[in-house]
Ligand binder design. Sequence first.
Ligand SMILES: Nc1ncnc2c1ncn2[C@@H]1O[C@H](COP(=O)(O)OP(=O)(O)OP(=O)(O)O)[C@@H](O)[C@H]1O
Ligand SMILES: [Mg+2]
Length: 469
Amino acid sequence: MILGSLRARLLGWLLLPLTVFVCISGIMSLQNARSTANLLQDNALISSMRIIGEDIDWDNGEIVVQIPPAALELFESPERDNVFYKIVDGHNRLLAGNPDLPLPDTFSSTPAFYDAVLNDGRRVRAAVYVRQLFDSGRVENVTVAVAKTEFSRDAMVAAQWRPQLIRLVLMLLLAMLLVYFGLTFELRPLMKLKDDVSDRAPSQLQPIRAERLHFELRPIVDAINQCISRMSLQAATQRQFISDAAHQLRTPLTLLDTQIQFARQRPSEDEQLAEALAGMHKSSRKMAVLTSKLLLLAHTESSQPGRGEECVDLSAAISGVLGDLVAFAQQKDIDLGAEISDDMCVAGDETLMTALLTNLVDNALRYTQRGGWVTVTAQRSGASAVVQVIDNGPGISAEARSRVFERFYRASADTEGSGLGLSIVREIANRHGGTVRLTPGKRGVGLLATVTMRLWCDPASAVAEEKGR
Ligand SMILES: Nc1ncnc2c1ncn2[C@@H]1O[C@H](COP(=O)(O)OP(=O)(O)OP(=O)(O)O)[C@@H](O)[C@H]1O
Ligand SMILES: [Mg+2]
């Protein structure tokens, strides 16, 4: 998952060299801190060793060693280091100090430094030199060695190195944070592009706008746009084919209908022929309805959303549809009524709006049993108009409700129909920026179809309102 993320990979590529840089800088500053601390420690060892060495003298032919307090006070520190010294004569006899302190194999009058381990395992840093003592022709080589544990040196290294390490780590964290936010910010156009492509409805085939995108992304967007334009051409060709086919079918179908009607009017004794002619008449009517629905669907799909919108008087449109279907309602003895709270105008195409309402009311009347009721309501809700068609028919099961908007899907085979009505309703609602929802009716009886659409906003008054602000 992380390896597949472009952000994580870019972050990795940027942070890898930064981390290497921080590690190398950390090691270098540790070495610097160590050499500074060593230098200071070695200087203190030399000073102490010389102070001790200068105080060694002859007394009545004997070598006398006195340790001046200043020689040891040099090493005083809060870490309380242990200090050792060892003074031996030319015959390697101990004159003073700690016999455990080991001496290096070779040393001379020039001070030398070495690291040693005491018998009890303590590690020490030591300095050693040889002082020649002269007394009436006698020469004695006295070796002076001073050593100390390394607590104060380690403390000094830590005190110098730790702030630098903290600074480097903070720098790395800050860089990580900045790079993360920078990448998130810079990848926003890419995420927007992804949303733009994935949130599109199948019918949304306008090209993606590339102006605000980084120029690295433009070739991708151009390629997507080329693909969209090919798909759009293909979809338009298909729609045109369906529309042409439906249109071409209309004339022969009308002719066929007229011919069948003519044949039925001819006096005939043959009952079977009359029955066959009645069946042919029914089928030709069905085909005529189907072709006109296909034409309507093709017309809806090819209409540009928002283009050619006009103010559609909702109460007039509902009254017109109810007027057309009242005879059908009377045939089935269904109480068809309307409750329209306000005069409302919705933004859209009048023919398509009428088709939407007709399909919903037609469904309600068609599927509701004899003696039922169907009510159409329309009311304002904010900037939208909400139209509801309610009936007390059989309703649609939850499973079928999720499929009834598919083309040619029919939930029941008892009544005739092509299964295109609700697809047309949804297509029209979407074209007008609206929505359609099917839910069970009151107390779970019947069906409630709710269509929400934008109220008409007069462009001239909208401009005036905008200027007034
Ligand atoms: N008010 C309703 N009550 C019960 N069932 C309904 C209602 N409206 C639609 N349906 C069910 O949903 C199915 C799909 O409806 P749709 O309007 O798309 O197609 P149709 O009515 O079968 O055919 P047509 O294309 O002639 O409208 C119908 O077959 C019907 O079973
Ligand atoms: Mg229908």
